[in-house]
Design a binder for this molecule. Structure first.
Ligand code: AMP
Ligand code: MG
Length: 422
């Protein structure tokens, strides 16, 4: 859909704005502009947790290296399994994990074996100890074991030459375990992003300062701190910048010489002393958009030298919504991550949701299981863009399309669980 399409069902009851672009279009333009960083660094695998893998990992060894037992029992050759009745085998030694037996098994022989111990040469099957009768150095086995069972084959988990981990994944605990199982102490990840941010507004006070008449505490720098820390960014907190032309100019210059990305909040609403816009226009290439979304209509994106710039709205919920919908996918793309977009699923909504056509809405929801175990979603309560509690209470966004005209209890809605995007 293009900007003009938004306008097609315009009616005065609606929330359509002919100058707005759709969130998808804003994201497309952002993605068209930014490119992934190419610098990588080698870090110890524990430090690689949640970092983005910069090159493919190919296995140079078999995991496990040799065939070993999956059970405590007796290693035998499958040819010695009786086809009926019982059979007696001679015990010639024991193989422990880390202490293999060097003897070769001959016909009619068996070896006591523990889980993880290397299978002695000549054996290919383990009979569980629970189904064996032991009499001195003889054991008696029956027919209830299948040939080659209870054995882990060499390379069964990872074989030499296997593509183990693909470039662009964000490393999980399982991944760093896999790297360790390959004996790798270090791994190549893309370097961290340096992200600077500041808040704008004469009314803002930082925690620890006195709250004089008409002032409010700056919360955006703290939500930004949290969201960026979760993404593993190196953070440069530039504090509050007053609504002042020169101070703004200085802050932009400082950020552009230190950071890969600058994020500001506030000062992009229509009709205010808008130094964010003025400074950017003077210093860099910028796009100012009204995005057909709620909350978070005004959004600025641009480039100042080699620093990307996101000018987010001032309202605390708008900051978080625009961060998760635009900034986070953009930062993931810069980091070379292959999966950048939040997961979306359809779930029945148990609340009535108010919505006018004309904007995509990101209402805050609580995803939960009902008594039958089915997932449902309900709204958190008041949905104003200044009500930060609605984000704290929520565990998902309920995403309502541009055309959506309200939701009745029982209707299916699109949901982005925070788990997976945050
Ligand atoms: P603005 O876009 O600057 O007009 O800000 C919109 C609204 O968000 C105003 O009510 C501001 O007071 C509020 N706001 C702006 N920045 C912050 C901030 N850093 N923390 C909390 N509220 C803010
Ligand atoms: Mg302001």
């Amino acid at each position: 859909m293009t900007e003009n399409d938004i306008n097609k069902d315009y009616s005065c009851m609606d929330d359509y704005d002919p100058n707005s672009i759709l969130p998808d279009e804003a994201l497309r333009r952002i993605f068209d502009t930014i490119s992934a960083i190419t610098e990588a660094e080698s870090v110890p695998i524990r430090e690689a947790l949640s970092r983005v893998l910069a090159s493919n990992i190919i296995s140079e060894i078999n995991v496990p290296t040799g065939c070993n037992s999956a059970m405590d029992g007796y290693a035998i050759n499958a040819e010695d399994l009786p086809s009926e009745g019982k059979k007696s085998l001679k015990l010639i030694g024991a193989s422990f994990a880390g202490k293999p037996l060097s003897k070769i098994l001959k016909k009619g022989e068996c070896v006591r074996i523990m889980t993880g111990a290397i299978m002695p040469e000549g054996s290919d099957t383990v009979v569980m100890q629970e189904i064996v009768n032991v009499q001195g150095d003889q054991i008696e086995i029956g027919i209830n074991t299948k040939p080659r069972s209870n054995v882990r084959q060499a390379g069964e988990d990872l074989a030499i030459g296997d593509l183990v981990l693909k470039k662009g994944i964000k490393l999980t605990p399982a991944d760093i375990g896999l790297l360790a199982s390959l004996g790798l102490a270090e791994v190549n990840v893309t370097r961290k992003l340096k992200v600077a941010f500041f808040s704008t507004g004469d009314e803002l006070r930082s925690v620890g300062e006195k709250l004089d008449n008409g002032a409010i505490y700056d919360s955006n720098r703290y939500t930004l701190y949290g969201m960026l820390t979760r993404l593993g960014a190196d953070i440069i907190d530039m504090g509050v910048v007053k609504d002042d032309r020169e101070l703004m100019d200085k802050a932009f210059l400082e950020a552009s010489s230190n950071a890969d990305v600058l994020i500001t909040s506030g000062g992009v609403s229509v009709g205010e002393a808008d130094y964010v816009k003025e400074t950017l226009l003077k210093r860099g290439q910028v796009a100012f958009w009204k995005v057909a979304m709620k909350p978070g209509r005004p959004l600025t994106f641009g480039k100042l030298d080699s620093t990307y710039f996101f000018g987010l709205p001032g309202n605390p919920v708008s900051v978080m919504v625009t961060f998760y919908q635009f900034v986070q996918p953009a930062l993931k793309k810069m980091l070379g991550e292959s999966s950048t977009m939040p997961v979306m699923m359809k779930v029945p909504c148990t609340s009535k949701l108010k919505k006018r056509p004309g904007r995509v809405e990101y209402q805050r929801g609580i995803l939960e299981q009902d008594e039958t175990g089915r997932m449902t979603v309900r709204k958190t309560g008041a949905q104003g863009s200044g009500i930060l509690r609605s984000m704290g209470d929520a565990n998902c966004f309920i995403v309502l399309t541009l055309e959506n005209n309200g939701v009745k209890p029982g209707d299916l809605v699109d949901v982005q669980p925070f788990h997976g995007i945050v």
